[in-house]
Design a protein around this ligand. Structure first.
Ligand code: NAD
Length: 348
C-alpha cells in the first residue's frame, strides 16, 4: 500500500488529479489536503468522496506544526503538491499571501518530507506542480524549454519560481527525490470563473461584458486539464528523479481570437444570433507587468515519456462549455458571496 499526499485537491487541477488517482490506483491510499480557500470546493470531488482509498484532510500548508504532525501520523511515500494561491491579479493585490502559501507552504512540505524520509529515499517521491509563467515573457517567436532561464514578472510567478528553486535545492542539497513540471494555461471543468475561459463562458451565459485586457494580443498556450492530469500521473510514476518537464498543449491563442472563438461556439449553443456575443467584448485597463506571450516546447515529455494531448482544442472547448452549461448551479454557488465583491472591484 502506497500512501500518497495530494495538496490542493479541492481546486481546479488538483480535483482532476485526485479523481484520476483515486479511481485508477485502488491500491494507493490517497490523502487530499486542502485549506478550502475561495478556490477550493468539495463539490469538485463529490463523486469520489466515499471511495475507501480516499481521505480528505482540511488544513493549511502554511501551518508548520500541523504539516509535521500530518507527516508523522501518516508517513507518506509520495507527495503531489498542487496547493497554491494561483491567480495573478490577486497576487498584485496581496503578494504576501502568495509568499506564505506558495513559498512557506512548499518549504513546510519539503521539510516534513525530508525529516520523515531521513535519507532513505527508496520508493519516495516529491512532485512539485508549477507553471510556465516562471520563465517570464516571450517575444513574438520562440518557445520555453526546460533550460530557459527563470525571469518571473508577477508576484504569482515570482512565488512559484521561488518554490521551484527550493524544490531543486532540496534535491541538490539533501538528495530529496523530486520531479518538477512547468505547465501552460489549463482549461476545463471545475475551473474557478475568475480565470479567462470560465469567466467568459459565465459572462456569455449571463449576457455580461467580456473584459479583455489591453489590446487583446496577449498570447497563451492552452491545455485541457484532463490531459494535464494524465501528464502528472505519467511524470509521477515514470519521470526521472531531479528532472523538470515542460507540459503544454501545442496550442497558442491570442486572447482576442480565443474570445471570438468562444463567442462563435456559444452563440450557436445558446441559439443567439451570430455576432451577438462579440458585442459584449469590452477592452479594459491592462494588468501591470503583463507578459506578452507564453509558449511551451513540450518535446522532452513527449520524447521521454510518450505524452501528448489527447484532445484537440475544439474538442476540449466543446466538453468544457457543455460542462458549464450543464452545471450552472455550481457556477452560481462559486460566484456568489465574496467572489461578487472581488469581481466588482476588479472590473468596475
Ligand atoms: P486553484 O486555485 O484552482 O486551486 C488551489 C487549491 O489550493 C485550492 O483548492 C485551495 O483551497 C488550495 N489552497 C490554497 N492555499 C492553500 C493552503 N495554504 N493550504 C492548503 N491548501 C491551499 O489552482 P489550480 O489552477 O488548480 O492550480 C493548481 C497548481 O497548478 C498550482 O500550484 C498552480 O500554480 C499550478 N498551475 C496552474 C495552471 C493553471 O492554468 N491553472 C497552470 C500551470 C500550473
Amino acid at each position: 500500500m502506497k500512501k500518497i499526499l495530494i495538496t490542493g485537491g479541492a481546486g481546479f487541477i488538483g480535483s482532476h488529479v485526485v479523481r484520476r488517482f483515486v479511481n485508477k490506483y485502488p491500491q494507493y491510499e490517497i490523502f487530499n489536503l486542502d485549506a478550502l480557500t475561495y478556490a477550493g470546493n468539495l463539490e469538485n470531488i463529490k463523486d469520489i468522496e466515499n471511495n475507501s482509498n480516499y481521505t480528505f484532510v482540511k488544513g493549511d500548508i502554511v501551518d508548520e506544526t500541523f504539516i509535521n504532525d500530518l507527516f508523522r501520523l501518516h508517513k507518506f511515500d509520495g507527495v503531489l503538491h498542487l496547493a497554491a494561491e494561483s491567480h495573478v491579479d490577486r497576487s498584485i493585490e496581496d503578494p504576501l499571501a502568495f509568499v506564505k502559501t506558495n513559498v512557506i507552504g512548499t518549504m513546510n512540505l519539503l521539510n516534513a518530507a525530508k525529516n520523515q524520509w531521513k535519507g532513505n529515499f527508496e520508493g519516495k517521491r516529491f512532485y512539485h506542480i508549477s507553471t510556465d509563467e516562471v520563465y517570464g515573457s516571450l517575444g513574438s517567436t520562440g518557445l520555453f524549454t526546460e533550460d530557459t532561464p527563470y525571469d518571473p514578472n508577477s508576484p504569482y510567478s515570482a512565488s512559484k519560481a521561488s518554490s521551484d528553486h527550493f524544490v531543486r535545492a532540496y534535491g541538490e542539497t539533501y538528495g530529496l527525490p523530486y520531479v518538477l513540471t512547468n505547465c501552460s494555461n489549463n482549461y476545463g471543468s471545475y475551473h474557478f470563473p475568475e480565470k479567462l475561459i470560465p469567466l467568459f463562458i459565465n459572462n456569455i451565459i449571463n449576457n455580461k461584458p467580456l473584459p479583455v485586457y489591453g489590446d487583446g494580443n496577449y498570447t497563451r498556450d492552452w491545455l485541457f486539464v484532463e490531459d494535464h492530469a494524465i501528464a502528472i500521473d505519467l511524470v509521477f510514476h515514470e519521470g526521472k528523479n531531479h528532472e523538470t518537464y515542460n507540459i503544454g498543449g501545442f496550442n497558442e491563442w491570442k486572447n482576442i481570437d480565443l474570445v471570438k472563438l468562444l463567442c462563435k461556439i456559444m452563440d450557436r449553443k445558446l441559439g443567439r444570433v451570430e455576432g451577438a456575443c462579440e458585442e459584449l467584448i469590452t477592452y479594459v485597463k491592462d494588468r501591470p507587468g503583463h507578459d506578452l506571450r507564453y509558449a511551451i516546447d513540450a518535446s522532452k515529455i513527449n520524447k521521454e515519456l510518450g505524452w501528448k494531448p489527447s484532445v484537440t482544442f475544439e474538442e476540449g472547448l466543446q466538453k468544457t462549455i457543455n460542462w458549464y452549461l450543464n452545471n450552472q448551479e455550481w457556477l452560481q454557488s462559486v460566484t456568489s458571496g465574496s467572489y461578487k465583491d472581488y469581481y466588482q472591484k476588479q472590473y468596475s
